[in-house]
Every structure is written in C-alpha cells, then in structure tokens.
Design a protein around this ligand. Structure first.
Ligand code: SF4
Ligand code: MSK
Length: 626
C-alpha cells in the first residue's frame, strides 16, 4: 500500500495529485511498478531471449547454469541482439511518425487535406533544394508533392545514403563511410536489423552492434529529421513564445482538452477547432468561460513550440492530471500513452479518444483521423468535449501555473545570435560558455519523478554550461523555472552574462523527441564553422530518466554522430562485459564518442563537466580542472 504522502516527485503538482490518486483509489504507474518487484534479473541484464520458440532461454550470469540458449547463442550474442531490437523499435517509431507527416504533405499537394497548408514556404524550398527537387516554374503545391515523393524514396531501397546525411560535417561522413555505418534507406536499416537478429543470421555481437549504429543513424539523420522538417513546413518553424506549465494550466471555469502523444497532425487540427467561434459560443452556452487546450508529452511539446499552448505535464504526470477531475477530454495519437489511462479516466467524467489507425487503447473511444477528414473530426471532438463540461464533479487543481518560454529552433537561436553562430562560438572560445549539453528523454518510475532532470540541469548551468532540452525533460525544467530569462541568475557568471545580453534563458527548449535532430543540426553548424568534427566539440548528451526504446535509438544516433552521452538508468546490457566495454570505452576509438551510465545526477554532472573541459583542452581552449 502506498502512503498518499509518499514524495514520488520533486514537483508539487506531482506529489499533491499522487496523494489525490491514492485517496481516490486510483492505481498509478508507481503502484504497478511496486507490484512488479522484484523485476526479473535475467531480463534486467539482457540475458533472456525469446526470439524463437526453442526458447525462451536464459544465460546464468554466475557461470553455474547454462551459458548458452538452446540454439547456442551466448551472453554476448543475446545481449547484443536484444539491444539491437530495441534500437530497431525506436527507429521504427520515430520514422513511422515521419512517414505520416510526409503523407500529409503529399495530401496537401493534391488538395485532399482540408485545413492543412504549407506554412513555411522558405523551409519547403530549402528542403526541396537539399533533395534536388527541380523547382523551375513549379508552384508551391507541386514542389511539396515532389518533395514528399523524394522523401518517400528515403524510406525505401536507397543503396547509398539517406539525403539529409549531407548536413553532417564532412569529417563525420567520411568516418561513417570508413566504419560502414552510413545509413541507407530508413526502413531498409530497420528491416535489416530485424533480419540480422532472427535466429541463425548475424551471430557476431560486434557486427550486430555496428548495424545497430547504422540503424540508429537512419533514424537521426533520416526518419526523425524528416519528421521535424516536415512539421516545420506544415505547421511553421518554431520561435520563442511565452507559455505556462504544470497541472495548474488546467482551468476550473473552462472546458479543458488535453492532447497526448507525439504527432502534431491531430493536435494542430484540434487547436484550430478550439479557436473557432462556433465552439467558443457553444462553450459559453454550456457555462464555460472558454476552451482551454493543454498538452502532455511530446504532442504537447509540438504545440508549445509553435503556438505557445500550455503544457500540463510530462510522461509520469499523464495519469495524475486526470485525477484533477478537470479534464473534459483527452485526445491521444501515439507513443508513450500508458494503456492504463482509459481506466484512470473511467473514475472521472473524462472522455478518452484515440485517433490513429495504428494505436488503439482499452477504455477509449476511437475516432480515426486522416488528412482528408481531420478538420471535421477535430470540430466534432471539440464539440463533444464542450458538451461534457456540464458532467464535471469535484475538481482539484493543485498549483498555480509556472511561466516559461519555449520554442527555440536552430533558426531562431541563430537569429537571436544576430544571424550567425559566431557569437556563440566566440562565447565558447572566451570560456563564458564552457560548452553545451542536450538533456533529453523521459521519466521512469524507477527514479523520483523529475529529480534527475532538474538536478543535472541546475548543476550544469551553474558551471556555465548551456543546456538545450527536448521531450519530457523540457517540461521538468520549465516547471523548475529554468526557462525564463530571469533564470539567468541561476547560471554561472559567464553564461549569465551571455543570457542577459541576448535576453534568453540558460535552458533552451528545442522541442519534442523527434526534435533531438535539431541538436544534430546545431552541432553540425558549430563543427562546420570551426572546421572540426562533432566529436571535437565541448558538447554532450544526457538522458537522466529514460525509459523507452526510442530513447535508446536517440542515444545511439547521438553517440554515432560524435556526441558522448550519459544515461541515468542502466540499459539491459550488463550480462555481457564485452557489450558494456564496447559501448562505454571501445566506441570512442570508432566514432569518437561513447556512453556513460550514472544514476546519480550530481555525479553525472561531474562527468559531463569533465568531459566538456577535456574537449575544450583538445581544441586548444582554456580548460578548468574540477
Ligand atoms: Fe533460445 Fe536461441 Fe531461440 Fe533465443 S534464439 S530463444 S537463445 S534458442
Ligand atoms: S514523450 S519518449 S516519455 S521524452 Fe516524447 Fe517523454 Fe520519452 Fe515519451
């Protein structure tokens, strides 16, 4: 039995809503995590295999029981295969998200996606140029159609490289060619990864992991990058906007609609419907002061980035915000949506709606969105949500909302710097900014909610390290107040001076999970400006509370791109010392970067600060010893 006063979070809204959940007899992710204890040690070490039905098999880590599965696979093969299948699943998820956007782009070009349009023609033309689309004498829609079809080719049989690999610094591309990890067709790499991990195919743990790197790169420089770029074309390039965060963004006197998932295709249409006169009049007629749209997880990040829409919470808050009793409808698309939330909502008046043909959930009504019907469907759903307002019972909104600024794209960062990356490079050279860390990823009930994110971020900015964040981290950091220009006062003297001069916070919100590619584009621009490789830069990545297969893929493409990456929770690889050594040490010799695992965010901060100072030394810049 959980104590309702258990401090499951470092956030006030998290703890107060958890207390409410326990009082309301709601089973949460923390209850289910506790019920699973002790979790399987074989699986935790990556030593169990159920790839075929001669198994399932387990390898004994103490050397007393079996050392191979029925087929003869040893610990190295089993651990590597399991990890590679995680990479393939993560790459498939992001890249399928990207594919959905490309299909909307093509529908827009054909005039079969009412309500959607090309919002950023400059970005469309830039991408079309990169894809070699002939634009001569063509109108915008024709260019969009040709670009969409060229991107579809990237998903297929490409034998050389996916197109956007051209954005990587030349030295990095040469290295990828030399190692044999230049990503070819996006689906091809994932498909090949699944093939190689079938019983009796690739049984060399090193060669499996090399394909794992290539598969992850096909996500970072392929599917995820396409997802981000096409979102910018269709919905606009993000620019900094004031917003509000935490469960306090829900309004007692307004209809509250919460969108959850990852793909902005549905939420953008819902956002439009919430602003329609017809729906606002209906809300008034039902006694509400308006319609309040809020996000959770990465669909929320997409809306926050482009529209300044408020953010109610991150991954572990998704069940808890339903316990406010204030959510009239939650609309989900896909990824990171716990199958439990339909059941949680059934204890309140909340209508739960799934929208994707590929993601259905227990306890939810299914209203499938497609480009041709999305505008109408969104209006119908918002109408139902408004009508549900009168069914509310007790409402408990536990905190006042926190102000934040979100929505930095590479374009707006460069713009804030006066049009070039030079001022940032000068600040790094002068040592005012020591370097930068991208903190990304999820929450995980194994870690006190948001503790890793907030502690690590605070420690880094205090040491003059600029933080950029995405995904669920960005919500944690916004709630902690790091995303206001005034947060410069929490930074070390150098970073504080630069932030004050530019009027920016020391922690910049770069978007959703697929938007981690904005980090790749930013570090490529820095490396190109300095004439070095990404691995030479004083930068690093971190995922202090990660849980998902997508996060594994992001970590692997960051490392393969030359960004040393810290992980909070240990991935399931400790059953193979060979795999552990390769990922934490050996990879540095191959791609110039590696992984470090450290659950304690204070110790992780020391590792990252040291890493950045080492890289500064390598570039001939001043370096500090800790
Ligand atoms: Fe066991 Fe080998 Fe089948 Fe895996 S692939 S379940 S180790 S027999
Ligand atoms: S939503 S992948 S919990 S960041 Fe992108 Fe958050 Fe992680 Fe999902």
């Amino acid at each position: 039995m959980f104590d309702p006063k258990a401090e499951i979070s470092v956030t006030q809204d998290g703890n107060r809503l958890f207390e409410k959940a326990v009082k309301d007899n709601i089973e949460t992710v923390w209850h289910r995590h506790e019920a699973q204890q002790p979790q399987c040690g074989f699986c935790d070490m990556g030593l169990s295999c159920r790839i075929c039905i001669m198994g399932p098999c387990r390898v004994d880590p103490f050397g007393e029981g079996p050392q191979t599965g029925v087929c003869g696979a040893d610990a190295d093969i089993i651990v590597a295969r399991n990890l590679c299948r995680m990479i393939a699943a993560g790459a498939a998820s992001h890249s399928d998200h990207g594919r959905d956007l490309v299909e909307v782009l093509e529908s827009v070009s054909k005039g079969t996606a009412p309500g959607y349009k090309i919002r950023d023609e400059d970005k469309l033309r830039q991408l079309a140029g990169e894809y070699g689309v002939d634009m001569e004498g063509k109108d915008v829609l024709a260019i969009a159609g040709d670009l969409a079809r060229a991107m579809m080719e990237d998903y297929g049989m490409r034998q050389k490289a996916v197109t956007l690999v051209s954005r990587a610094p030349e030295k990095r591309r040469e290295l990828w060619d030399k190692v044999g990890i230049t990503p070819r067709g996006i689906d091809r790499e994932t498909s090949e990864m699944m093939h190689r991990t079938h019983m009796g195919v690739d049984n060399d743990w090193q060669s499996l992991l090399v394909q794992g790197l290539r598969n992850a790169l096909s996500d970072g420089w392929g599917g995820s990058m396409i997802a981000t770029e096409v979102s910018d074309i269709l919905f606009g390039v993000p620019a900094p906007k004031p917003t509000m965060v935490n469960a306090g963004v829900l309004k007692k006197d307004q209809v509250n609609i919460v969108v959850h998932g990852h793909n902005p295709v549905v939420s953008e249409m819902v956002s439009k419907a919430c602003m329609s006169e017809e729906m606002l009049d209906l809300a008034k007629a039902k006694g509400a002061f308006g319609i309040n749209l809020a996000g959770v997880c990465c669909t929320g990040n997409e809306l926050l980035m482009r529209r300044g829409i408020a953010m109610a919470g991150n991954h572990l808050m998704t069940e808890l915000i339903l316990t406010t009793g204030a959510v009239d409808m939650m609309i989900v698309d896909y990824q990171c949506i716990m199958p439990s939330i339909g059941k949680v909502a059934s204890c309140y008046h909340t209508r739960m709606v799934s929208t994707s043909d590929k993601a259905k959930f227990p306890g939810m009504e299914h209203h499938e969105f497609h480009p041709e019907n999305a505008e109408k469907k969104a209006m119908a759903l918002v109408k139902t949500a408004v009508e549900n307002f009168t069914n509310r019972k007790e409402v408990m909104i536990p905190v006042e909302p926190q102000e934040a600024v979100g929505g930095f794209s590479v374009e707006t960062i460069i713009q804030a710097l006066g049009g070039t990356a030079e001022p940032l490079i000068d600040a790094i050279k002068a040592g005012k900014i020591r370097g930068a860390v991208g903190i990304v990823g999820c929450n995980n009930p194994k870690i006190k909610h948001d503790h890793g994110h907030v502690t690590l971020t605070r420690k880094l900015i205090e040491k003059d390290i600029l933080v950029v964040d995405t995904g669920c981290v960005s919500v944690a950091n916004a709630k902690a107040g790091f995303k206001l220009a005034s947060a410069a006062d929490m930074a070390g003297p150098g970073l504080k001076e630069i932030c004050k001069a530019l009027g920016i916070p020391p922690v910049l919100h770069l978007g959703s999970c697929v938007d981690n590619v904005r980090i790749l584009v930013l570090v490529s621009a820095l490396a190109n400006a300095l004439g070095v490789d990404i691995s030479d830069l004083p930068v690093a990545g971190s995922a202090p509370e990660w849980y998902s297969e997508k996060a594994v893929t992001i970590g692997v493409y960051c490392v393969a791109s030359g960004i040393t990456t810290h992980l909070g929770p240990m991935p399931p690889i400790t059953g193979s010392l060979n795999v552990v050594n390769l990922l934490t040490r050996g990879l540095t010799d191959v791609v110039g970067a590696g992984f470090a695992v450290e659950p304690d965010p204070e110790k992780a901060a020391l590792f990252l600060i040291n890493h950045i100072e080492e890289k500064r030394k390598g570039l001939g810049l001043d370096s500090r010893t800790l």
